[in-house]
Structure formats: C-alpha cells, structure tokens
Design a protein around this ligand. Structure first.
Ligand code: SAH
Length: 315
C-alpha cells in the first residue's frame, strides 16, 4: 500500500507524479502566506498542544490591534498578499478581533485574510466573514472519533469540529482541514479515514504536519511523527485533489532540515513564513524547537526564497 511502502522507486514516482500535477495547476510557483500568531490564550486543553489551558509554563500574550496591523504592513511591503491570523481558542477575543479584520480589509482590499481561531459560535464566524475574512483553517485532527477522544479532553467532540467546518463552508469561507501525522495512538487505518474524509469534504486547503512533542504537555515524551509519511500524504492528496492548496508546514520544516523544500517537491504549493514579532513567537509554543523562531520576519522570508530558488521555484 502507498502509505506503508518503503520501495524507493514507488516513492519517487509518486512524488514525481504529484509534483507534475502541482506544476500543471500552479506552474513552478509557490504561494506565500504571512503567518501571524496573534494570541496564545486558549480555553482548550488539547493533550498534544503547548498552548493548552493547563500549561502554566508559557507567558500568555495577545498582540494588540496596532501590532497586528504592523505585521500585515510589513508582510504587504515584502510582497505577501495573504495574512493568516492564528491563535488559541478564545471566543470573546475572536469576536473582538472582527474590528481588526475589518481594518485589515479596509487597508488592503486585495489581500486575502485567513483565520485559524478554533471552534467558535456560528454568529462569530458570520461576523468575521462580514468583517472581510475569506478563509479559515480548522484542522479536524483525526477522522476517527475514538482517536479524537484520546487526543482531547472529554468536552471536545469530533462532531462539533466537523459541524464548525460545515458552517464555515456554508458562510463562504475557503476552508482548510487537516491532521498531525503520527499523533499518539494514530493508526494507518485512521490515516485512510482521514484521506476519505478530506476527499468527501473537498476543502480548499489541507494543513498537514508531523506531530512534535511539547515537553509541557501530557504527550511530551511521545515520539514525533514521521516526516516521510507527511510527505507521502502531500503527494497522495495532491493526486486526489489536484487544485487544493497544500502548505509545506512549519512543523515539517522543524522536524526535517529542508523539509519544506521536500514538501514542495512532493506536491505542496504554499509556504507560510512567520511574521509574528520575535518577542512573542517563542511563546506560541505549540511544539518544541519551532523552526525560524528567533529571526526577524524579513530574514525568514529570505530563507524561504533561497530554499525555493535552489529547487527552481519562484513565488
Ligand atoms: N486553536 C486553533 C489554531 C491553533 S493550533 C485551532 O484549534 O484550530 C493549530 C494546529 O497546530 C492544530 O490544529 C494542530 O494540528 C497543530 N498542533 C498543535 N500541537 C501540535 C504539536 N505538538 N505538534 C504538531 N502540531 C501541533
């Protein structure tokens, strides 16, 4: 089976085919999105995540309205046209963020605004949509409800997450779902269920990265997921859904040197350089050893551009 094979010729031809499909769709071009980790305040307690509510070891922050606009300004001036605001799940703060979203929309009418703020009430999603946000990332994390229950506290349900994804689609957001590869207790059967769910849901984007343990979480001593299997999923999903956007994720770049480059060569077509101010970036500690964590945004961007140039891609 493709997911499990270690036959190099099979893997090479899988990657080559996926890359060809991506190039047919997008050319030798990678789309850049400016990632702004706007707050690590979170009401949830996901067992894998470093910004979970019950982690007392990180300093909590939220960027101010002005700081967020200044990150966007910096990104725009460097040529990026999509801003991704990601943060912990915090419904009242998310509703208040609508004002910032509206101002970003007014200042940069042609920019795409992507949000990744977790599960929110329908009215808040609708408010954010009206304020000008047009994309939303909400990884489903696993298609298997039993597996979901082992990764999350009892108050969280896969059903709720999937209902949120349907609401977001209904509201006209370009919607992204996805998983961590190698999260604790994950089986190959779970990954097949994930592929089937993604195929049925037809998201506009798919976010997939390896699980990376964070020492201050209950899964702090679990092994990291496999970079090779992450790449395998990019290639398979590219072949199944030719026009979907697949970012080569930061987690992949963290686990494997040159991982994001390998991601592009396996069919991914998006990269998300980090534009969070360096002072806050370390506190957005979803997992350990996050790549690019100390550099200025512009330096990160230069690195991404160099990686891409070395494989003959441009942005
Ligand atoms: N709170 C928002 C977004 C922030 S978390 C939400 O719930 O969607 C963004 C993603 O980071 C999660 O969906 C998860 O898949 C990933 N993540 C969290 N902890 C991680 C870890 N230890 N290793 C790798 N990825 C992780």
């Amino acid at each position: 089976m493709l997911l499990e094979t270690d036959d190099e010729t099979v893997i090479d031809s899988l990657n080559r085919n996926a890359r060809e499909v991506a190039v047919e769709q997008f050319g030798n071009t990678v789309w850049l999105r400016a990632l702004i980790e706007w707050s690590n305040v979170c009401r949830n307690d996901c067992l894998y995540c470093g910004i979970r509510r019950s982690n007392p070891h990180i300093a909590r922050y939220s960027l101010s309205h002005e700081q967020i606009l200044s990150c966007c300004d910096q990104a725009w001036k460097l040529g990026l046209r999509t801003f991704v605001l990601q943060g912990g799940e915090n419904p009242s703060a998310a509703a208040a963020l609508a004002q910032t979203v509206a101002e970003i929309r007014a200042s940069w009418p042609e920019a795409a605004i992507t949000l990744s703020l977790g599960e929110l009430p329908y009215d808040t999603y609708a408010l954010l949509r009206r304020s000008g946000a047009n994309r939303y990332l909400l990884r489903h994390e696993t298609a298997n409800p039993v597996h979901y229950a082992r990764l999350h506290p009892a108050s969280m349900r896969l059903e709720t997450r999937l209902a949120c994804l349907r609401q977001l689609q209904e509201l006209g957001f370009r919607t992204g779902m996805g998983i961590m590869v190698g999260s604790p207790y994950q089986t190959i059967g779970d990954l097949i269920a994930d592929i089937r769910l993604i195929e049925a849901f037809r998201p506009g984007m798919i976010g997939i990265g390896p699980f990376i343990p964070q020492p201050d979480t209950p899964f702090g001593d679990r092994p990291a997921g496999s970079a090779a299997l992450t790449l395998r999923l990019y290639a398979i999903l590219r072949l199944m859904l030719p026009s979907v956007w697949i970012p080569a994720t930061t987690a992949l770049g963290t686990l494997l040197p040159g991982g994001r480059k390998a991601g592009i060569l396996a069919g991914a077509n998006v990269m998300m350089p980090n534009f969070t101010p360096p002072a806050q970036r370390n506190a957005y500690a979803l997992y350990a050893g996050k790549t690019d964590s100390a550099r200025e945004a512009a330096d990160n961007l230069t690195l991404v551009l160099q990686e891409l140039e070395s494989i003959g891609y441009h942005v």
